[in-house]
Design a protein. Structure first.
Length: 591
């Protein structure tokens, strides 16, 4: 027991005058009476009750003395623990594992109660702030001595679908030596908490190891040629100590039609991946659900979305159409991402030596003269190509050093052109030009003279160019993990915003930039812009959160006062004692 203000013990000297008042006797005045026998009965009764009156007065003295003692102790601010009484930064873990149930209660609810209890234990001049942590640290309140503001901030904390990133605490831990006046208190189940990185952070551990099964990976693959045959890949993890037998129920479409029930036996730990073929499905929304009750519900459902096949329609305008058509068919027959059509129905026109009057075009070879693709001059010899924009989608899976840029010409492209590959003297070899709503990808070479149509890079370049011009250069996954970012479909002519809708009935919100993320919400995310509409399944997929294993995590918190301060309890006791004495006094006065 420690006392923050021991000087107030001097107030106990007030017991001396209090005792003196109770033991002070008033000598009665003498008065003559005419009939003594009338007072004899009264005097005899008083003599018989003298002991009771003395005991009654002693009880009154005891109650008043105890009340004074309680008031003095309350003034000294006694502390049951050796709390350092520094300012506190309360960091509440609201990651996915904090949604797990321990004895029927969510861990986050327990963490909030502990935080509220700590706030109740603050003294009048002690400040505190509240923050949450999952993928990052987010402050819910600034440092304040206002208990109501802290209580409101704690009660506002909502559960998150995100896993805990220990790196999120590194910045706080690194700055802890400069914050001698403050203690960093993490209230968490300890899953993924790294003691070395968070040594300056005290952990109040809650929860114990619980039995749980969940998906840690999932994917879908649509087989080519048959739109109703799908490959389903999954991987499970379990924190149970014994094998668990359950079913995976796979549903498809907006009506969640059951297409497959897969009996599984899940072993403790992370299980080996499994692959199964499912008949009777296709592009659209898919769910895989575990048919069991366990500690954590967040990882019992896997959301997946197969995008429909939207091949880019490519037409050919050239005297050497045979080679160009074959480059389109190479991907039309395999991936189905391209489709050869007649010029009137085309999304992209593939040409050799001419600039077609269309909105999208891939142009091989340039003729001398002037066009909207630039000022074209004489032929170049001894071309040495170098990449100007590393990682550009047009160059995906393509070896530029192996491309013979035979027949390339000097060219000065328009000012707003995007040069992707150029020579050492900065002559564009592969570049994109724009004129109003028209776009063209120019490959500055002669594929016939160089016999480039025999190269494996020829159809790859056509494939990449056609998808890039239509904003479909990225292959969308069917499912991804919380915290990931996905590239947005590129709209090359800037027509309209890109919006995202999460779930059914939610309002869409705009996003900008080259990617969407990091994603923080589990479920189906629909991304839409002028390039098209795509759906994406977002899932927890975090083994550390699914396994709920905190057996090796130790509570590292130092003594910390919680609950109602002892001084307030003593003040209440003093008031009760004075109330009792007041009642007894009035009973004596009435007689």
């Amino acid at each position: 027991m420690t006392f923050l203000h021991p000087a107030y013990f001097l107030a106990l000297l007030g017991l001396l005058p209090l005792i003196a008042v109770y033991f002070l006797k008033v000598r009665p005045a003498r008065k003559p009476v005419t009939a003594f026998f009338l007072w004899r009965a009264v005097l005899d009764q008083k003599k018989n009750t003298a002991l009771f009156h003395r005991l009654r007065d002693l009880l009154s003295l005891l109650l008043t003395a105890l009340a004074l003692l309680a008031i003095v102790l309350a003034m000294t601010a006694p502390q049951a623990r050796r709390d350092q009484r520094k300012d506190l930064l309360l960091i509440i873990d609201n990651s996915a594992s904090m949604n797990a149930l321990d004895n029927g209660r969510a861990r986050l609810a327990v963490a909030r109660e502990i935080a509220l209890d700590i706030v109740r234990g603050l003294n009048a001049d002690q400040q505190a702030a509240v923050a949450t942590v999952s993928m990052d640290v987010q402050y819910q309140s600034h440092f304040t001595t206002n208990p109501k503001a802290l209580h409101d901030a704690i009660r506002r904390i909502e559960p998150s679908d995100c896993p805990l990133r220990p790196e999120a605490l590194d910045l706080l831990a690194a700055g802890a030596p400069a914050m001698d006046h403050c203690r960093l208190i993490l209230i968490s189940d300890g899953c993924r908490f790294i003691a070395d990185a968070g040594r300056a952070i005290e952990l109040i551990k809650i929860g114990s190891n619980q039995g749980n099964v969940g998906f840690v990976s999932c994917d879908l693959h649509l087989f080519q040629g048959r739109s109703t045959r799908v490959g389903f890949y999954y991987r499970l993890a379990s924190s149970f100590e014994a094998d668990v037998a359950t079913d995976i129920v796979v549903t498809y479409g907006p009506e969640d039609r059951i297409v497959k029930v897969i009996p599984v036996t899940v072993k403790p730990g992370i299980n080996a991946p499994e692959f199964i073929t499912i008949e009777g499905g296709g592009p659209g929304l898919w769910r895989a659900s575990l048919d069991l009750q366990d500690a954590l519900a967040n990882d019992n459902v896997a959301f997946m979305a197969l995008p429909p096949k939207r091949p880019v329609k490519v037409a050919v305008e050239s005297d050497y159409g045979f080679f160009l058509v074959n480059s389109v068919d190479a991907f039309a027959r395999t991936s189905g991402e391209l489709e050869y059509v007649q010029p009137g129905d085309a999304d992209v026109v593939l040409t050799h030596g001419v600039i077609p009057q269309t909105d999208r075009a891939i142009v091989f070879g340039l003729r001398e003269g002037s066009d909207w693709c630039g000022q074209v001059g004489s032929e170049i010899s001894d071309v040495l190509a170098r990449i100007r924009i590393e990682g550009h989608p047009v160059l995906a899976d393509c070896d530029v050093d192996s491309i013979p840029f035979v027949g390339a010409r000097h060219v000065t492209p328009p000012e707003d052109s995007l040069v992707i590959v150029e020579t050492a003297t900065r002559v564009p070899l592969i570049y994109r030009v724009r004129q109003g709503g028209r776009l063209a990808l120019v490959i500055n070479m002669d594929p016939i003279e160089s016999e480039f149509y025999y190269s494996a890079w020829f159809p790859v370049l056509v494939y990449n160019g056609a998808r890039h011009l239509m904003g479909r250069q990225e292959t969308w996954p069917s499912a991804c993990s919380i915290g990931e970012s996905v590239p947005l479909p590129e709209v090359l002519n800037d027509r309209g915003p890109t919006t995202v809708t999460i779930g059914d009935g939610a309002a869409p919100f705009p996003v900008s930039g080259p990617s969407y993320g990091p994603i923080r919400k589990v479920g189906f995310h629909t991304i839409e812009n002028a390039a098209g509409k795509w759906s994406l399944g977002v899932n927890l997929f975090a083994p550390a959160e699914t396994l709920l294993d905190n057996r090796d995590v130790a509570d590292t918190s130092l003594p910390l006062n919680r609950g109602r301060p002892l001084s307030s309890v003593l003040a209440v006791i003093a008031l009760l004692l004075l109330l009792i004495e007041c009642v007894l006094y009035h009973r004596r006065k009435v007689g």
